[in-house]
Design a protein around this ligand. Structure first.
Ligand code: GAL
Length: 959
């Protein structure tokens, strides 16, 4: 009998960051040293435990012919159609028992195998050395090359390199990598995201010629007083640094000071340079800028900056966190095109190529370390790794791997210690190390409200009132923090419909110097493409613990299509303010950039009548410096010979193509009303209702004689027209379970807003009107809405006036207040009102008054979890299904191929089956959206409180 000795896997559960790897260093692409990408198809074997297999697979000659294959970079749980396990989504709960540093015996372990030859032109193996680099592996890996164990590492989103020159051979190299899903490192990686094991970033073999630099540090500062840049490059191997366009040619370690154009996120001026050592030429992209904490403010090049940022996780709906360059570029371009100027790399250093793009296109970056221990909050942070010396080497290793890899990027202005890890000595050690290593940047961390380790006060989801107090310096707090600037590293939780209230935050950020802006949570929905569900979220893979669709809270959908929240944000943070009074023909233009003047923009005016532009032209605006304003005269209003509502639309467009946008791309805009909206066409009540046995007739309409319910208008069937107060609760209506404020989704259901009963109190046929009296109220409660429908007609048109009088003690806001009805056939929609996208009371900044066209399907916003969506604000007129509807006052217009109840019941978009009826809501009021899925609810001014209301619609057949 023989017993197999299981391999030792102690490294999986030890505190150490790993063994055998080279010290961390700058990440760069050499001009001339050879490199070999080992990305591609690898042989793959999955085991259920860490020690199920021995290491014989790492030996030369091992036959892996019957193994499966996976793509590297990639996550195995997203490959193999479920054969390799499934993703798990938790927000902050560890999906395993908390007993650090131990992890479960059930520890999915993927053996990866790749055999490679060196290319023919690979330098002779005796010349210099070679380094094997892993840019990202989750969560712990052990590596063998040609049968030799070269080490193991943890730190998923950080690079790890090994010296392997002595092991290489020209052909038949066997690279074996054993990856464990769970390790001690998992305790440090409890970010709110999918747990996705695998080799998810590049694997590369790099030749290191003799006499090449391993590491170098580019110091490029800018003196804004003298307009001078100072460059000094430290390198571990001596060499020379040249920047031809600046006539710089200095030895490493020496500085050169010359006049330069500085780098900023708005003007990302990079200078090409080269670091030449005996063995290698390394291209440099140098941006001169100085980051400082001065006068209690974060300043770059002497000026305080305002972050208009987003939190970006790396995400692709099919490839998870294995992103290709084009996807990264798409993110940057989308951000730039939506006026975003900053990114927090929540919550780990991104693929380094993303930072190159930030340098190139211009974004301020908070580079965040791969560290979160949020699950310890469940035990009041007891045993938190960041306050336990045994873990400190791992924390310092993470800090160093981030800083060393990314230190040469001008776009990075702040280093962040991590996210939601409580406080502790380990964090302090990280901050001290970072401050010591790189004094040219500031340190951020949100979890430390006392600001012991940080250079700014940072919070997440603080409500408007608190942010204002902080702006005023009335927040008290420890002495240490009082003189520090403030940022909201997360706010505006973009889950589902929303976020609401961001315009109100922006006003505060602009009003108080101490408030230096914020970062919307978050950039993209992490939905996983799924054959039956459209996009999957937490729970869709049968996870034991999960947090549902909390993982879908981005400004762009999983496919990167912008959601209305992104349009709203773009408008709220636009870098040019255009204001004025349409009547007096003058606009005031203010440059709200921090550095750029307005010379890159061209301005245009348009004169609109009833939402249609009748004339447009160029508007000459001086190239204002940051902060400057000018009054600009608009032309004489053109003669148009039409009545109607008139306005100016003034727009700021890109004057020419830029790296990120085409000429005429819209950057900012405003609309200035000239004449008021004409009132509703008068419908003289020239006809009275007449009743037959079954029906009441009034002008073009017929009604049920018993109930007074509308049946047809001009021969078009109208179904179920009545008062409606229900909307399918949004994620923000539902609120997060830990929210202390009122959670309206729950309250509305409790008080029966989804099951209102309509009691008929009377159908009255008057001389000139049909009046239907009702009381709309939920079972079990005494609150109600007395609702009167008054119908009149001039023979061809039909007017409805709805009067609503609340009764009882309404302690909760209404979801909506309006009417709804069904129309049989409707596809094309035309409306005069706000558009093109949806809007709600506190998400309406981007809604532009115009005459818009769409299909019913295009009116829908595809939130990954279906919920209320698609309302168009300020509607004066809508045409669909053969009807023309005008309203007074303006109304919120919604049309969809399913009912609110079906929308409410759906868990995924694929649950929504279009029916034959198009359901139309014409709302007098909508409840605000807020951000309560992880933040404050709607501000009081955006709440729809039950109060007496009257609103009218005129229906006619559309011409
Ligand atoms: C924050 C956290 C983020 C995310 C967000 C909610 O607390 O830092 O990672 O969980 O809340 O979506």
């Amino acid at each position: 009998m023989s017993f197999r000795t299981p391999p030792s896997v102690d490294y999986v559960e030890d505190f150490s960051p790993g063994n055998g790897a080279l010290p961390p260093r700058a990440w760069y692409a050499s001009s001339d040293a050879a490199s070999l990408s080992l990305n591609g198809s690898w042989r793959f074997r999955l085991s259920a435990t860490a020690d199920a297999e021995d290491d014989s697979f790492a030996e030369d000659g091992y036959d892996a012919g019957d193994w499966a294959e996976v793509s590297v970079p990639g996550h195995w749980v997203l490959q193999g159609d479920g054969a390799f396990g499934s993703p798990i989504y938790t927000n902050h709960l560890y999906p395993f028992p908390v007993d650090p540093p131990r992890v479960p015996t059930e520890n999915p372990t993927g053996d990866h195998l790749r055999v490679f030859d060196l290319p023919d032109d690979w330098p002779a193996l005796t010349e210099g050395g070679s380094v094997l680099r892993f840019d990202g592996v989750e969560s712990c890996a052990r590596v063998w090359l040609n049968g030799t164990d070269i080490g193991e590492f943890k730190g998923s989103r950080l690079p790890h390199e090994f010296a392997v020159g002595h092991l290489l051979k020209p052909t038949g190299n066997v690279l074996a990598v054993r990856v464990h899903q769970w390790s001690a490192g998992s305790y440090l990686e409890d970010q709110d995201q999918w747990w996705l094991p695998g080799i998810f970033r590049d694997v590369t073999l790099l030749h290191r010629p003799a006499g090449s630099a391993l590491d170098f540090f580019v110091h490029a500062s800018y003196d804004h007083v003298g307009g001078l840049g100072t460059l000094r490059v430290e390198s571990d191997v001596d060499g020379r640094v040249t920047v031809p366009s600046l006539d710089i040619d200095v030895a490493t370690g020496e500085s050169a000071t010359v006049p330069v154009e500085p780098w900023t996120a708005e003007t990302p001026r990079l200078y090409d340079g080269v670091l030449v050592t005996e063995g290698e030429r390394v291209p440099l992209r140098i941006g001169f800028r100085t980051v400082a904490l001065e006068d209690g403010l974060i300043k770059v090049n002497g000026r305080a900056i305002l972050f208009k940022g987003v939190n970006r996780h790396e995400w692709h709906p099919e490839r998870g966190r294995a992103l290709d360059l084009e996807t990264m570029r798409e993110d940057v371009l989308l951000m730039k095109r939506h006026n975003i100027n900053a990114v927090r790399t929540s919550h780990y250093p991104p693929h380094p190529a993303f930072l190159d793009l930030c340098d190139e296109y211009g974004l301020w970056v908070i580079d965040e370390c791969d560290l979160e221990t949020h699950g310890f909050t469940e035990q009041a942070w007891r045993d938190n790794p960041v306050d336990d010396d045994r873990w400190t080497p791992a924390l310092l290793d993470r800090a160093a791997r981030m800083v060393e890899r990314d230190k040469n990027h001008p776009s990075i202005v702040l280093w962040s210690l991590g996210n939601e890890a409580g406080t502790g000595r380990g964090l302090t050690a990280m901050a001290e190390w970072i401050h010591g290593r790189d004094s040219s940047r500031l340190v951020h961390y949100e979890g430390d409200w006392g600001c012991r380790d940080t250079d700014m006060y940072s919070r997440m989801y603080a409500d408007h009132a608190e942010v204002e107090r902080i702006g005023q310096g009335l927040d008290g707090g420890p002495h240490q923090r009082r003189g520090l600037p403030f940022i909201q590293c997360e706010y505006g939780h973009a889950m589902g419909n929303g976020p609401g209230g961001i315009a109100d935050y922006q006003r505060l950020f602009e009003a108080y110097d101490r408030l230096q802006g914020g970062f919307i949570w978050e950039w993209i929905d992490h939905g996983i493409k799924h054959p039956e569900l459209g996009y999957a979220y937490g729970g869709d893979f049968g996870e034991e613990l999960h947090d549902g669709n909390f993982v879908c809270d981005g400004l762009v959908f999983p496919d990167r299509k912008p959601s209305p929240g992104l349009a709203e944000y773009k408008k709220v943070i636009e870098p040019v303010r255009i204001e004025g009074d349409g009547g007096d023909g003058t606009v005031r233009v203010t440059n709200r950039y921090d550095f750029a003047d307005l010379s890159a923009l061209a301005f245009e005016w348009a004169y609109d009548v009833d939402g249609e532009t009748v004339e447009a032209g160029a508007l000459s605006v001086p190239a204002l410096a940051p902060g400057e304003s000018a009054e600009v005269k608009l032309p004489e209003p053109p003669a148009h010979g039409r009545g109607g509502e008139t306005q100016w639309t003034v727009r700021a467009l890109l004057a020419g193509d830029t790296a990120w946008g085409k000429k005429d791309h819209e950057v900012a805009w405003a609309q200035l009303p000239i004449t008021e909206r004409s009132s509703l066409p008068s419908v003289p009540a020239s006809e009275g209702p007449s009743a037959s046995e079954r029906q009441i007739r009034l002008g073009p309409a017929s009604f049920d004689v018993r109930t007074g319910a509308l049946l047809t208008i001009g021969g078009i069937d109208v179904t179920g027209l009545r008062l409606d107060v229900w909307r399918a609760p949004t994620d923000n209506d539902e609120g997060a379970s830990w929210q202390t404020g009122e959670r309206y989704g729950e309250l509305w259901r409790k008080y029966g807003m989804h099951r209102m009963q309509h009691r008929l109190d009377g159908v009255e046929l008057g001389d000139d009107a049909l009046t239907v009296r009702t009381r709309v109220a939920p079972a079990a409660w005494e609150v109600g809405l007395r609702t009167v429908y008054r119908w009149t007609s001039d023979g061809s048109r039909l007017k409805l006036t709805v009067s609503v009088a609340p009764e009882g003690d309404w302690t909760l806001p209404l979801p909506r207040l309006g009417i709804r009805f069904g129309l049989p056939r409707a596809d094309r929609v035309k409306w005069f009102g706000g558009g093109p996208g949806e809007a709600y009371p506190d998400t309406r900044s981007a809604s532009k008054l115009g005459l818009w066209h769409s299909s019913v399907d295009e009116l829908q916003t595809p939130y990954v979890r279906p919920q209320e969506n698609g309302a168009r604000a300020d509607t004066r007129m809508a045409e669909l299904g053969g009807l023309r509807i005008e309203g007074e006052p303006e109304f919120w217009f919604t049309a969809r191929r399913w009912t609110t109840e079906q929308l409410d019941a759906a868990g995924h978009l694929t649950d929504l089956e279009p029916g034959d009826t198009v359901w139309v809501n014409l709302d007098h009021g909508q409840q605000g959206i807020g951000s309560q899925s992880c933040g404050p609810g709607p501000l009081p001014q955006y709440e729809l409180r039950a109060s007496p209301a009257e609103f009218s619609f005129v229906f006619s057949k559309d011409a």
